[in-house]
Each structure stands twice: as structure tokens, then as C-alpha cells.
Design a protein around this ligand. Structure first.
Ligand code: AP5
Ligand code: MG
Ligand code: ZN
Length: 214
């Protein structure tokens, strides 16, 4: 199964993706995680992306498109993938259409997680992420069993450098201006599945699985 997961910053894309890929036996491709790994490795691409990410701005299309195009051609995508955080602009969506056609891959659906905007700031400023496996937690809404330690890999939790009020504000505006038009784009193609993301984490997962259990 080949899926996209969309939604504003803090909607719960990463949280849902982590469990969904295990349930469906597919790979998780998060462009945000790919950039954060490149930053950790100190690559040239990572350093370039960091300038944009810290401010909350989108990384230029040509950088992201090339990276994803290469990634979806890897052998581990043969059983399916879940793209998280890509596409984020109409240009990226059009480039994805071309790449999928070249690879003879069909999309099975686009999951759009819907959350009221006023809930997003608190989700993001309270988020903590595992250094080891990238799992997302929240100091109030989804705390780890032991403070600052990941439940699954015992890794240390940290706060993302773009999870501050100023960067979040810019990320929300970038979402509204550049990414929201993709809802209509995928609706027209008949791929869009809206899921209520303003409910408990396990209920969001249940809604997603129900939509694709055929
Ligand atoms: P990226 O890493 O994709 O960040 P984002 O889109 O801003 O989304 P987040 O990861 O912040 O949110 P999420 O929906 O995954 O939420 P999560 O599940 O963690 O991108 C970062 C940056 O990289 C971009 O700003 C840009 O610079 C660059 N970039 C990446 N892709 C790009 C692209 N294609 N083009 C250009 N630039 C790109 O949950 C958030 C919090 O809420 C957690 O604390 C979680 O525990 C909590 N939570 C989750 N679900 C619930 C729930 N149901 N109830 C209560 N709390 C919940
Ligand atoms: Mg994420
Ligand atoms: Zn972990």
C-alpha cells in the first residue's frame, strides 16, 4: 500500500505514522526526519536545510524533490510506503505524480489529519522527540513512562529546535499558504480521506485503519 499522510504541523502525522507502518508492513518516509538526519550527519544538504528549518520556512522545492525521488526508488519501498510531510507544495505534488508514473507506482490514498488550529501550538511546544528512534511524545498529552526517556528504545528525549513559538508561527503560515491547496488537489483526484485528529491518539489510528481496511 502506498499512502501519503498530510496535516498541519503538530497534527499527529509522525505519531500515527510510527504505528501505521508497523500495522501495514510498509516503510515510513518523513522528509523532516530525513533532513534532521542529514543535519546530524553534518552533510552539505543538511546544513542548507537547517537554515530554513530553524526559522520554520520550507526548504526549497528542488532540494526536497530530488531527495524524495531517489528515496522512493529504493528496494525497501517495493512493499509500500507512507510519505509524511511530502508533498508540501503544488510543485512537489506534481513532481511526485511524474516520479510515481515513471516508477509505475499507484497511490492508494491520502490521509488528511484535521485538527483545529488553536490546538497546534500547545502540541508542538510540549513535544519531546526520541534521539534514538525519532518517536514523538508530549509532556502532557502523551508522556513517556519514565521522564525524558523513550518507551521503546530507552533513548534520550529532546526538544526540536523549531518547536518554539516563533518558528511554529512561521510553520503554520507556510502550511496555510503552500500546503493547504493540496487538500483540493488530492480531493479532485479522489484520493483524500479526512480523519478527525482532535481525539485520543489511539482513536485517530482506529479511524485511519478503518478507512483502509477493505
Ligand atoms: P516536519 O518534521 O515534517 O514537521 P511538520 O510538518 O511541522 O510536522 P510535525 O512533525 O511538527 O508534526 P506532526 O504532524 O508529525 O506531529 P507529531 O505526530 O509529532 O518538517 C520540519 C521542517 O522540515 C519544515 O518546517 C521544513 O522546513 C522542512 N521540510 C520537511 N519536509 C519538507 C518539504 N516536503 N518541503 C519543504 N520543506 C520541508 O505530534 C505533535 C505533538 O502532538 C506531539 O507531542 C504528540 O505527542 C502530540 N499529539 C499527537 N497526536 C495527538 C493527539 N491525537 N492528541 C493530543 N496530542 C497529540
Ligand atoms: Mg512529524
Ligand atoms: Zn526511541
Amino acid at each position: 500500500m502506498n499512502l501519503l499522510i498530510m496535516g498541519p504541523p503538530g497534527a499527529g502525522k509522525g505519531t500515527q505514522a510510527e504505528v501505521l507502518v508497523k500495522e501495514l508492513g510498509i516503510v515510513h518516509i518523513s522528509t523532516g526526519d530525513m533532513f534532521r538526519n542529514a543535519i546530524k550527519d553534518g552533510t552539505e544538504m543538511g546544513m542548507k536545510a537547517k537554515e530554513y528549518m530553524d526559522k520554520g520556512e520550507l526548504v526549497p522545492d528542488e532540494v526536497v524533490i530530488g531527495m524524495v525521488k531517489e528515496r522512493i526508488g529504493f528496494a525497501d519501498c517495493e512493499n509500500g510506503f507512507l510519505l509524511d510531510g511530502f508533498p508540501r507544495t503544488v510543485e512537489q505534488a506534481q513532481a511526485l505524480d511524474v516520479s510515481l508514473e515513471e516508477l509505475n507506482i499507484k497511490l492508494d490514498g491520502v490521509i488528511n489529519i484535521v485538527v483545529p488550529e488553536e490546538k497546534l501550538m500547545a502540541r508542538l511546544t510540549g513535544r519531546r522527540v526520541c534521539k534514538g528512534c525519532g518517536a514523538s511524545y508530549h509532556v502532557i498529552f502523551n508522556p513517556p513512562k519514565t521522564e525524558a526517556v523513550c518507551n521503546s528504545c530507552r533513548g534520550e528525549l529532546y526538544q526540536r529546535s523549531d518547536d518554539n513559538e516563533e518558528s511554529v508561527g512561521t510553520r503554520l503560515r507556510a502550511y496555510q499558504d503552500k500546503t493547504q491547496p493540496l487538500i483540493e488537489y488530492y480531493k479532485k483526484k479522489g484520493y483524500l480521506v479526512n480523519v478527525d485528529g482532535d481525539q485520543d491518539i489511539d482513536l485517530v489510528l482506529k479511524s485511519i485503519l478503518e478507512a483502509f481496511a477493505k
